[in-house]
Every structure is written in C-alpha cells, then in structure tokens.
Write a protein that binds this ligand. Structure first.
Ligand code: THU
Length: 135
C-alpha cells in the first residue's frame, strides 16, 4: 500500500478491533474476535463476539459492531477491521452471515474489510471481493 495516511488509518482501526477483542465472551470456542467499524462521519463502533450456551444465539464481533452503530442511527460505513484469535498468528475473515449484514448497509465496491493479524500485517478486501454475486 502506498498511501501513508490510509495505512495509519488501517493501523488505528486494527488497534481498536484488538482492544475490543479483550471483551470477547467466548467460553465455548475460546476463539476471541474483535471488530472496529468506521462510519462515514468518522465515528468508530467496536464489537466482540458474544457466545451462548445454546450456540445458535452467538453473535460475531462484526455484527455486534454493526448492530451497535445501526441502533444509534448510523447508516453509512467506510470500513471494518477484524482481528481474531489469541495472538498475531491467524487470519480471521468474516463469516457468511456477517458478510450479508455488511451487504445490507455498505457499498460493495468501496466498503473495505481489513483483516488484521497485527497493526502492520493485514489484508484489505472490498465487500464485493468477499461476497460476489450477492443477494
Ligand atoms: N466469529 C466472529 O466473531 N467473527 C468472525 O469473523 C468469525 C467467527 C466468532 C463466532 C464464534 O464466537 C467464534 O468466532 C468461533 O466461531
């Protein structure tokens, strides 16, 4: 990536996602996930995964962030950073359900999904790349 300003923005969003991961409630999978959603107005909403003993009600970190933001009136989004796992050794990509939630609110060609291992090791995708031929 050549744009330094954007790189710094990516890094700070990943750091916000990593901080949110600290609140992960994941006693069943032990897979801790954090997300940070950047709204078009510059505000950031964070989320973590919240598991349930019945498994089905589990909510992913990305959806937690989206639902927090939408429930407070936000409708326009720029990017989301996602970090998963205990350390900087795994890539964590959004599940299909979260991709579909993103599709409800985001421009597939411009919304960026930043999958971070660390603040300076990350992969960036557009939503269209992650969810082609979407519903
Ligand atoms: N999970 C997320 O929060 N986001 C993802 O992108 C992938 C999966 C959560 C759901 C569950 O709590 C745990 O990770 C293991 O699947």
């Amino acid at each position: 990536m050549s744009d330094t300003y954007t790189e710094r923005e990516y890094s700070s969003l990943i750091e916000a996602a990593a901080a949110a991961r600290e609140y992960s409630y994941s006693p069943y999978s032990h897979f801790r996930v954090g997300a940070a959603l950047l709204c078009s107005d510059g505000t950031v909403y964070t989320g973590c995964n919240i598991e349930n003993r019945a498994y089905g009600p589990t909510n992913c970190a990305e959806r937690t962030a989206f639902f927090k933001a939408v429930s407070e009136g936000k409708r326009s989004f720029t990017a989301i950073a996602v970090v998963g796992g205990e350390n900087e050794t795994v890539w964590c990509y959004p599940c299909g359900v979260c991709r579909q939630v993103m599709a409800e609110f985001c421009d597939p060609d411009t919304f960026q999904v930043i999958c971070g291992k660390s603040a300076d090791e990350y992969r960036v995708f557009t939503l269209a790349e992650l969810l082609p031929e979407m519903f």
